[in-house]
Design a protein around this ligand. Structure first.
Ligand code: S3P
Length: 440
């Protein structure tokens, strides 16, 4: 990212590009944690070298896991050898900082709850204002002793006393992969069989990765069970590209007639590809070529050819599987003909920013016709966007979504305080240059 921490975006015509996006954020967090619990060294290739995922690796190091890093170049992919501890973590000497990452904090909470030592998790102002009650509740039912000590009720810092855990059957009130994962990871340290029941499908990276590490899980409808006391068997992993990062370029190419884009080696896990389904419904021309299927994470290439898009409705069970892509899908809605309606997405209000408010405010600032709802928004597309000076409210996905909007706006768009992009997408600025959005 440039030292000035702002991006000046110029409008572009169609482009032709081949891109490889950085490793998947959700999978990288899980790889650091599960490899750290495994019974030997695990080589993780294409680990996402972003602030969020580096914080999770650092957290594991603080818990006694040794890691050897190698990196091709500043923004390039990273290989990390994680020396697993056979479930034998050790007491950290001070507070563990999860930075901006809700996934890092909630998943680490799952493993810290059942340790024999005390520990504390904290984060930046945004993370310390996000709800942690959703993980505290099931962990307490397992016998954990933890306290949310933040200024805002139910928020981090989280202080753990460390206790032996018992197993539970937990019916999740919100469809959250982070809650599901926290309970399953805690279940690994609990006595007996822990079951989580999700109200609707959420990303299943934890289940896939635990299985890759030889952990036996039970699946029955929307229930997933794990028997405590199992030790992950060391294995190597290759992290696919992050479809949530690819989504920015998918929209940039899909909404511009004449554009062509190929994204290679991106994760195509069906619990993450709802963004592609929505774009296809909007009339986008996207072709998927699977390059690896079966065990582990499905991976493949996506090829996009620009065309005219039209609005669609996004709601219900589809929401958890595209929750992180809603900011960029809203931008696609503004660029499309007709109306896009987004409902049942109240969870957006407790992400890195209140993403309903921040998307609506920035779309309005660019001249779009958008109405805010409690649980989403309605966008009447086809209005010409104009450049504006936009804040991203410390939220990486808002910064990137509106950088893409800037490619379609009249005049210059300035995105302020873009340092947050480093939490998930090192190299974003370079890729933006590749598609012509900033001067070479
Ligand atoms: C994530 C799950 C989602 C998502 C987040 C990453 C994960 O959150 O928004 O960016 O890696 O498990 P919820 O599970 O809270 O919906």
């Amino acid at each position: 990212m440039s030292s000035s921490n702002l991006l000046k975006i110029r409008p572009t015509e169609h482009f032709s590009a081949d891109l490889t996006v950085p490793g998947d954020k959700s999978i990288s967090h899980r790889a650091a944690i599960i490899a750290g619990l495994a019974n030997g060294p695990c080589l993780i290739s294409n680990y996402l070298a972003s602030e969020d995922c580096l914080n999770t690796l650092r957290a594991m190091e603080r818990l006694g896991v040794s890691c050897e890093y190698s990196k091709a170049n500043q923004d390039g992919p990273m290989e990390v050898m994680v020396h697993g501890t056979s479930m034998g973590l050790s007491s950290p000497s001070s507070t563990i900082d999860c930075g901006n990452s809700g996934t890092g904090m909630r998943l680490l909470a799952g493993i810290l709850a059942g340790q024999k030592f005390e520990s504390t998790l904290t984060g930046d102002d945004s993370l310390c204002s996000r709800p942690m009650g959703r993980i505290i509740k099931p962990l307490e039912r397992m016998g954990a002793q933890l306290e949310a000590t933040g200024k805002t009720e139910g928020c981090a810092p989280l202080v753990f006393q460390g206790r032996a855990l018992n197993s539970i059957h937990y019916i999740m009130p919100v469809a959250s992969a982070q809650v599901k994962s926290a309970v399953l990871l805690a279940g690994l340290f609990a006595q007996g069989k822990t079951t989580v029941e999700q109200p609707s499908e959420t990303r299943d990276h934890t289940e896939r990765m635990l299985s890759d590490f030889g952990i036996q899980l039970g699946f029955e409808g929307n229930k997933i069970s794990i028997e405590g006391g199992q030790i992950p068997k060391a294995t190597n992993l290759d992290v696919p590209g992050d479809i949530s990062s690819a989504a920015f370029w998918l929209v940039a190419a899909a909404a511009r007639e004449g554009s062509r884009l190929k994204i290679r080696k991106v994760g195509l896990n069906p619990t993450r590809t709802a963004v592609v389904n929505v774009l296809l419904r909007m009339g986008a021309k996207i072709q998927e070529t699977a390059t690896s299927q079966g065990e582990g994470e499905p991976t493949g290439d996506l090829e996009v050819h620009g065309s005219e898009l039209h609005g669609t409705d996004i709601s219900g069970k589809e929401i958890p599987n595209l929750i992180d892509e809603i900011p960029i899908l809203a931008v696609a809605g503004a660029l499309a003909r007709g109306t896009m309606t987004i409902r049942d997405a109240g969870e957006l209000r407790v992400k890195e920013s209140d993403r309903i408010r921040t998307v609506v405010d920035n779309l309005l600032a660019m001249g779009a016709n958008v109405t805010e709802h409690d649980d989403g928004m309605t966008i009447k597309g086809g209005v010409n966007l104009h450049g504006a000076s936009l804040d991203c409210f410390g939220d990486h996905r808002i910064a990137m979504a509106f950088s893409i909007a800037g490619l379609f706006a009249e005049g210059e768009t300035v995105i302020l305080n873009t340092e947050c992009i480093a939490t998930s997408y090192p190299g974003f600025e370079e890729d933006l240059r590749t598609v012509g959005g900033i001067r070479p």
